[in-house]
Write a protein that binds this ligand. Sequence first.
Ligand code: BGC
Length: 715
Amino acid sequence: MDKSLDADARADLMIHEMTLDEKIQLVHGAGWGVLRAGAPVATGHNGGAGFVPGIPRLHLPDINLADSAVGVRMAAPESRYATLLPSVIGMAASWDPDAAFLYGSVIGRELRAQGYNMSIGGGMDLIREPRNGRNFEYASEDPILAGTMVGQVARGVQSNHVMGDIKHYAVNDQETGRNILNAVMDKRTLRETDLLAFQIAIEMAHPAGVMCAYNHINGDYACENDYTLNQVLKKDWGFQGFVLSDWGGTHSTVKAALAGLDMDQPGDDNFFSDPLKKAVQDGTVLQARLDDMVHRIVRSMFVNGVIDQPPMPRSVVDPFSGRDDAQKIEEESLVLLQNTGGILPLAAAKTKSIAIIGGHADKGVLSGGGSAQVDSPGGNAIAPGPGSSPWGRAIYFPSSPMRYIGEQAAAGTQITYDAGSDPAQAAKAAASAQVAIVFVTQWMTEGQDSATLSLPDKQDDLVAAVAAANPNTIVVLENGGPVNMPWAGHVKGIVESWYPGIGGGEAIANILFGRVNPSGKLPVTFAATEDQLPHPKVTGLTERTGNNADAVTRNQPRARPVEFPVDYNVEGMAVGYRWFQEKNLKPQFAFGFGLSYTRFAYSNLKVDADAPNHGMSVSFDLRNTGAQAGDEIAEVYVTLPSAAGEPFRKLAGWKRVSLAAGASQPVTVALDPLYLSIYSPDTDKWSRPAGEFLIEVGGSSAELPLHSTVRLAAQ
Ligand code: BGC
């Protein structure tokens, strides 16, 4: 307890006093607890997804872990409130590291107020599969954008003396068959894409935990994968925290312990209890390895202050500041995808009647399901009632877009609502109004992917019918990830709101009426058709298995589930927008794209390749040429010399800049040398290739007005 010593020394002193049983107690959870009906709940368990009992005689507190991908899950059983933030993919659409930090701070603040000392949020898997059910928990198809934003979230969490986590390490890029699939990816691709995202976040945030995934990676389960855990995470990146398994993701004792797993969760499978003790006693797992596991856990507790500044479970969450923060982040995350004829922002004085259609927009906004599900205050807004929000149902939060549209419309504006269940009736409502706003929803959840990119429940027919009836149709999307919009050419406005969070209704209205100038940009490509994708169908999703991850695995008692490969070498490093460029395909909406109510002009590009850190410094002038203030996300892409074998541009940096109408500003973006380098599996090293580098700058991956080439030597 001597605070003058560093975390490692304090951990070692404590470990010195521990018995073998106490050490074993720390490296596994206390079972499924509240997650599974009938499972015992240990004393001291705070009601979250995980619990590791502490050692009171040594002043080592319990570890209470809570799912908190988009806000704290499982708050309701104790009548505790939690803020629903916008989805992670939405937060990433802000391209604003400060918004990401704020996002994590809200989570950390509320975890602490509820007595939790560890978050198990931090979704970091790359969006390789646009139909992945968990894309709303992940940030981007680009490793640098994803790594930077999720790294900032983890920093924000940990700024509250709460241990942070990054998951699911690694390549848990689809839900279908997640417990059995084998993600196949060559080493160079791994290091330059999926693992690069983790590397960036981990080196930036030093999270306490890294959660290993359910799937195999190149043959070995992620939680017993010597390459990804020992060699890359711990050796190359110097990760000093602990690796914890996804819930039920441990498959062995000795293999997992030797491969680098430090904590088995939730621990009822007995791999890291008596069997580990026996393995240590008979020397199959060295005592030093067990001490290393415990050291990693205890030092993380010291480093993050959970021992010196434990959470205050009796304080309460401040719902108002949470809501304001959620709204602020959402206002930066909304992406204006289409604005034909400048239909938006709506001029309140000139808009006499508005037909609002679909998406339960009279009641609230949609949220994503699974372990990221936050409890909606008052229950599901479309069927209010007490209790928590269950895993398998589409849950709406009480932030009604219609209410806020009503508040911003001029007095006397006629506003109607139609549920949208009958396209003909909706068209009738639309025909009698000046403007029609259709809310479309795509509910996504952990445990299952969408079979297609199409909106469910025939909503495409609904939009088409409304658009045919009203020339001033605007569509607002509430969705987990990319969707097809076959009606895009027939509507005037399209606003992407993701799952917008508890401040969503107001944020959407603020964008529609122009109180907020939209500034988000897509962190993922929206394909025009599924044929354009490297995997036109979700691998392993067949009629027999359906799209349910667990049906593919656990719930087939008679048919032993068969492991299947997902071959990510098909697209390899050409993930997302890079694939579209390499194959010369035109997506529906490109990565990095997003409109504003003003316009920006780029000029005067200068590239300094002798930047002091041996990266590159890219500068240019940015001018707001429109009539109102706005934020622009200026994006910098690099195409490496042809010898690198990567014939596509890659995002290498960006800056979010606020400019008053008519103002202009010099902008400098520093490019990290790592982002100009390639990884060689032969030498196991990163190096900058020699030759001509193409630097491009602009406001979307598909529109880059500035470019320059520089010839550089190898480095
Ligand atoms: C999910 C994890 C989650 C865990 C605990 C698993 O099903 O994959 O993301 O943290 O459950 O709820």
